[in-house]
Ligand binder design. Structure first.
Ligand code: ASP
Length: 601
């Protein structure tokens, strides 16, 4: 192996096989950096040692595949390369075999400047030869193995579930596979193995996991892929805490495999508190929480400023931003996404000038709350005087929809500002201390239902197999807004890594949930009849979770896109540029499937 060559090998015979990473021709002597998965080693073709081998080496070009046979030699002190592990030695070649030639590649694995991504994806096999990609794929392997080993050590069985199945309700569009033997019928690729893993609990397997591909036809973003990999698990008789313990265990193993010792157990936060403090259900704890500053203003101040006195007045603090110019202040406005009439005061200085007393109080309170210092940016997010409606079906929640709109607007702005000024506050920079670099959190007690304004009905906030809290059961029909779910998300640095829940294990309750979601008995039967029936045959209480493997590896690799950690990913247009998929198919193939294609423009 090229990368394994060391001083201790000096004087020994060696055979190295790999790619020509770089070639320097100095006339009487030709140097080649030979590369394989393990790294690079310098091989030397010298006219003096063998004129024939030296002559053959003149043919070598980038990415030729060769076998170099020779003797390992300690390098002269002035030619030692301290930047590579093999830098103290070189192989003096006595025999050269050219195992294969290569066309000049569109870009080289050794290029320091990255080719554009389309090129990288089209020639993925060359892109994957690059050090960074070799590192990422190895990391992915190590993380998966660590997770498998951990779960197996805890008595979990890895059990495969079908890809050709029927629609599962994770809320995205299905990828469909036509059936040839049942013309007009389709399988759906699973959006998750949700129903199968629950059935496995009914089947007595007790603890199941699977590192499994899931398929969701959604509009893509940087952190989404149409097919992605989940660490999916389910167990019988757990309290939520038991599921969390298992997840913390395998995450600790995965992070250890990547060289980071993280501490468990993770902190926990109610959904309502996450919204009030961070305006989002996946808070990034590396940044300061909001400060509620409504009581710093007199009713008269609020009126003059046209601030709604019944809604939150939120101070966002971003550390160490420093003095902002007029233009920089103006650049804040476009980052603000107003929901429910939320307004932003991006120039807190102006409030301080106009309302010195309120301004000083806000400053004091923010400072007290989170130790704000000189140079921290303070921005206020408030409700417009006339905003806030109370006739919403969820109007009685601890965080009302009108409040939620203000919190959510502030939450988006908080993250956008933190990203914009990342260079100044440095909070996102890795410190080497896992306790600071990786801020995990469990968010729990989500509402069971979300109200869909356009369809004017309740939808499952997680999925319809999530169990409501025992004590909220009586509100299922009378007051669905107030029903909390036994659901939980695991969050890392503002990214949702996974979500899960304790499930419904009683058929009567499952039927009531379908009903609360507006499904008639017939609809429920036709979509989930098999499952409702299975629930009637002695179903143990059970619960589980699924975490995105791609995301975890992306974070560990310090990459900014899932495509950096998936060997063969798809583009934002859901295309595989290397295989050139998807493609039209032959008429005959369609005929066999009984399918005619009409393309609507
Ligand atoms: N099936 C869920 C999902 O894919 C996870 C779970 O509830 O276990 O999000």
């Amino acid at each position: 192996m090229c990368g394994a060559l060391r001083l201790a090998d000096a004087g020994k015979k060696a055979v190295l096989m790999g790619w020509v990473n770089r070639r320097r021709d100095l006339g009487q002597i030709i140097f080649v950096d030979l590369r394989d998965r393990s790294g690079v080693a310098q091989v030397v073709f010298s006219h003096e040692v063998s004129p024939a081998v030296h002559e053959k080496a003149e043919e070598l070009r980038n990415e030729y595949v060769i076998a170099a046979i020779g003797t390992v030699k300690k390098r002269d002190p002035d030619t030692i390369n301290p930047n590579i592990p093999t830098g103290e030695v070189e192989l003096v070649v006595e025999e050269l075999r050219i195992l294969n030639v290569s066309k000049q590649p569109p870009f080289l694995p050794s290029d320091t400047a990255l080719a554009n991504e389309e090129m990288r994806l089209k020639y993925r096999y060359i892109d994957l030869r690059r050090d960074a990609m070799q590192f990422n794929i190895e990391l992915r392997h190590k993380v998966s193995i660590a997770i498998r080993d951990y779960l197996s050590s805890q008595g979990f069985f890895e059990i495969e579930t079908p890809f050709m199945t029927r629609s599962t309700p994770e809320g995205a569009r299905d990828y469909l596979v036509p059936s040839r033997v049942q013309p007009g019928s389709f399988y759906a690729l699973p959006q998750s193995p949700q129903l199968f893993k629950q059935i496995l609990m009914i089947s007595g397997f007790d603890r199941y996991f699977q590192i499994v591909r899931c398929f969701r036809d959604e509009d893509l973003r940087a952190d989404r892929q149409p097919e992605f990999t989940q660490i999916d698990l389910e167990m019988s008789y757990p309290q939520p805490e038991r599921v969390w313990e298992v997840v913390e265990g395998f995450l600790a193993a995965a992070f250890r495999a990547a060289g980071h010792d993280i501490k468990t157990s993770f902190p926990r936060m109610d959904y309502d508190d996450a919204i009030r403090q961070y305006g989002v259900d996946k808070p990034d704890l590396r940044l300061p929480a909001f400060t509620e500053v409504r009581d710093c203003f007199t009713p008269a101040d609020l009126e003059t400023l046209a601030i709604n006195k019944d809604l939150p007045v939120i101070a966002i603090r971003i550390p160490k931003v420093g003095e902002l110019s007029r233009k920089e202040r103006d650049d804040i406005k476009p980052l603000f996404v107003s929901k429910g009439g939320a307004r932003v005061f991006e120039d807190f200085k102006r409030i301080e000038n106009k309302f010195p007393e309120a301004g000083a109080k806000v400053r004091d309170k923010v400072r007290q709350n989170a130790g704000a210092a000189e140079g921290d940016l303070i921005v206020l997010v408030v409700g417009a005087a006339q905003s806030g409606r109370d006739d919403h079906p969820a109007g009685k929640r601890r965080v009302t929809p009108a409040e939620l709109a203000i919190y959510a607007s502030a939450g988006i702005l908080r993250v956008a500002l933190a990203q914009k000024y990342a260079d100044r506050h440095g909070v996102f920079k890795k410190t080497g201390d896992p306790a600071k670099d990786y801020r995990f959190l469990w968010v729990t007690n989500f509402p069971m239902f979300e109200y869909d304004e356009t369809e004017r009905r309740w939808m499952a906030a997680h999925h319809p197999f999530t169990s409501p809290h025992e004590e909220d059961m009586d509100k299922l029909e009378s007051d669905p807004a107030m029903v909390r779910a036994l659901a939980y998300d695991v969050v890392l640095n503002g990214t949702e890594l996974g979500s899960g829940s304790i499930r419904i294990h009683r058929q009567d309750i499952q039927s009531r949930i379908f009903h609360a979601l507006g499904m008639t008995e017939e609809e429920a039967k036709s979509r989930f009849g098999f499952f409702l029936e299975a629930l009637e045959y002695g179903t143990p209480p059970h619960g589980g979770i699924a975490l995105g493997l791609d995301r975890i590896v992306m974070i560990l690799a310090g990459a900014d896109s899932l495509r950096e950690v998936i060997p063969f990913p798809k583009t934002a247009a859901a295309k595989d540029l290397m295989m050139e998929a998807p493609t039209p198919v032959a008429e005959g193939q369609l005929r066999e499937l009984g399918i005619g294609v009409v393309i609507k423009k």
